[in-house]
Design a protein around this ligand. Structure first.
Ligand code: ADP
Ligand code: MG
Length: 253
């Protein structure tokens, strides 16, 4: 039996008159990668930021690791890691300085070198944040979510704008983090990514969950309705060609 680490029940969020989240309920199990998928404006970031204690909800109940959002938000903050937008880092500080800064904020002792090794940036320890490539910035911002040794981390579109190599490299990092027992909630617009990474996904549209299951089960359900792709699927796609020709190794390193 899976342990529930996050429970969201009948969550509503109104921005003034606008009803952005309309009664969302879901559980996240310990150790899984859970994906929130949906078009722009569906309410994914709003939902995540409410669970992260960063945004007030209108109604509903949320628990994280047994702590109630209404009464124990400080305890929730301690057991989660939230990825900042890459614009949130002081551009002129080097990676070691940034890690020490975050560690200070969390009141944690942290081995910066070890953390950088974990995300494959050990040779960038003295490099300023602004000099990193897009993929390196994302890897670094994921590293900073791990500083307080969280049970759950939240990644909101971590691979948007990255080239295919950097995206694959980030998938591996996210899987490695899962292997350490950390639960991961992620949003993405890339369905191939969700299919490869996520144990379960919720599809959100207009502030409501319209489907929730494993990617495999959702695909089987669609096929069971008699759905067929309009044309025969080739055994490879253009992305496969791109990766085959340009290789898996990361660029701009
Ligand atoms: P997603 O992350 O799925 O793209 P968001 O949660 O960011 O969606 O936004 C959901 C809806 O709420 C959108 O229509 C957005 O314009 C609106 N919204 C988000 N933040 C605010 C805000 N601070 N004030 C008013 N409306 C907002
Ligand atoms: Mg969003």
């Amino acid at each position: 039996m899976n342990n529930v680490i996050i429970s969201v029940k009948d969550l509503h969020k109104k921005y003034g008159d606008f009803h952005a989240v309309k009664g969302i309920s879901f559980d996240v199990f310990e150790g899984e990668i859970f994906g929130l998928l949906g078009p722009n404006g569906a309410g994914k970031s709003t939902t995540l930021e409410i669970i992260e204690t960063l945004r007030p909800k209108t109604s509903g109940t949320i628990t994280v690791d047994g702590f109630d959002l209404d009464t124990q938000p400080a305890s929730i903050k301690k057991c989660i890691g939230v990825q900042l937008q890459t614009s949130g880092f002081y551009p002129g500080l080097n990676l070691t300085e940034l890690i020490q800064l975050f560690a200070g904020l969390y009141n944690e002792q942290i081995d910066a070198k070890k953390l950088l090794q974990q995300v494959n940036l050990e040779d960038k320890a003295k490099v300023e944040f602004k000099k990193l490539s897009g993929g390196q910035k994302q890897r670094f911002s994921i590293a900073t979510t791990l500083i307080n040794k969280p049970k759950v981390i939240f990644l909101d579109e971590p691979t948007t704008g990255l080239d295919p190599q950097a995206r694959r490299n980030l998938w591996q990092l996210i899987k490695d983090i899962q292997q350490t027992g950390t639960t991961i909630i992620i949003t993405t617009h890339y369905m191939d990514e969700a299919e490869i990474l996520c144990n379960r996904v919720a599809i959100v549209d207009n502030g409501q969950i319209i489907a929730i299951d494993t990617p495999d089960k959702l695909i089987d359900n669609l096929v069971d309705t008699g759905f067929e792709k309009p044309k025969e699927v080739k055994k490879a796609n253009l992305e496969d060609v791109f990766i085959h020709l340009t290789g898996h190794s990361i660029r701009e390193e």
